[in-house]
Design a protein around this ligand. Structure first.
Ligand SMILES: [Zn+2]
Length: 260
């Protein structure tokens, strides 16, 4: 009986496999619409609870860079993105299912050029398009952890602070937990490709991580988390800049002029 259940379980897993943009096999067990709804609900809650930047120039700048990136992603992903600039000194940005991206003003001091901001936006878009949140929720499911109970995993860790910073619902769904090394590296690579196609300077993505390393782990965020290490990311990006060059991946449009 146990064997039968196990093979039934395996069958269910096999039927839910999918392929990420870099060709990696993934298991996605959570209904896509459900993920989208959770993302939208979390984002709405954050917009209620966290101060949104009213700096028009800054908002236009972030929107300008984001638009350039979104123009280069697969056609069926291009519509319906929402990008919000939150007024907070946290060095962070995040992406939620449902095409929601949050950028904190704090990270704009670390991303010192439009090219570096494009690396951040590309990375976040990469997480969404590669269904990383669904994959992580699915892994929790396999491990027998209910997604709704993901906040338990944050208790007693530096991430617990999120719950008190008006990020309750997103934290509760586990959206704000750091992604795995594999997901981080994959989001870097996916983002890099978009940023090259969008006409931004790919080498600036490496400079971004040098800047990030100087900030260190002062604030818990997916950008200041220690995995992968800045050196590993910079090397990985360098290798992929070379690889994409050899593959003939190039800018599809002139370098955008987004100024802050
Ligand atoms: Zn990430």
């Amino acid at each position: 009986m146990k064997k039968l259940l196990m093979s039934l379980g395996l069958l269910a897993l096999v039927s839910c496999t999918s392929t990420s943009p870099t060709g990696r096999t993934q298991v996605l067990l959570v209904n896509k619409d459900q993920m989208t709804q959770m993302g939208i609900k979390s984002f709405d809650a954050m917009k209620q609870e966290t101060k949104i930047s009213t700096d028009k120039k800054l908002n236009n700048y972030v929107q300008c860079v984001s638009n350039q990136i979104i123009k280069t992603i697969p056609k069926d992903w291009q519509s319906g993105w929402e990008i919000v600039v939150f007024d907070s000194d946290m060095v962070n940005a995040f992406a939620l299912p449902g095409k929601k991206i949050g950028v904190y003003t704090g990270i704009l001091n670390v991303a010192q050029s439009a090219d570096q901001l494009a690396a951040i936006i590309g990375h976040e878009v990469g997480h969404v398009i590669a269904n990383h949140s669904n994959e992580r929720a699915s892994q929790n499911k396999i491990a027998g952890v209910a997604t709704q109970a993901a906040q338990i995993a944050t208790q007693g860790t530096e991430y617990e602070a999120y719950a008190t910073k008006g990020l309750g619902l997103a934290a509760q769904y586990g959206f704000l937990l750091p992604f795995s090394r594999a997901h981080e590296s994959e989001a870097d690579v996916i983002g890099l490709k978009y940023l090259i196609k969008a006409g931004f300077k790919p080498e600036e993505s490496q400079q971004l991580w040098r800047n990030m390393a100087k900030v260190g782990g002062k604030a818990p965020s997916e950008f200041t988390s220690t995995h992968p290490s800045a050196d590993t990311r910079i090397d990985n990006l360098g290798a992929h800049i070379q690889k994409f060059k050899e593959q003939g991946i190039k800018a599809l449009q002139p370098r955008p002029s987004c100024s802050r």
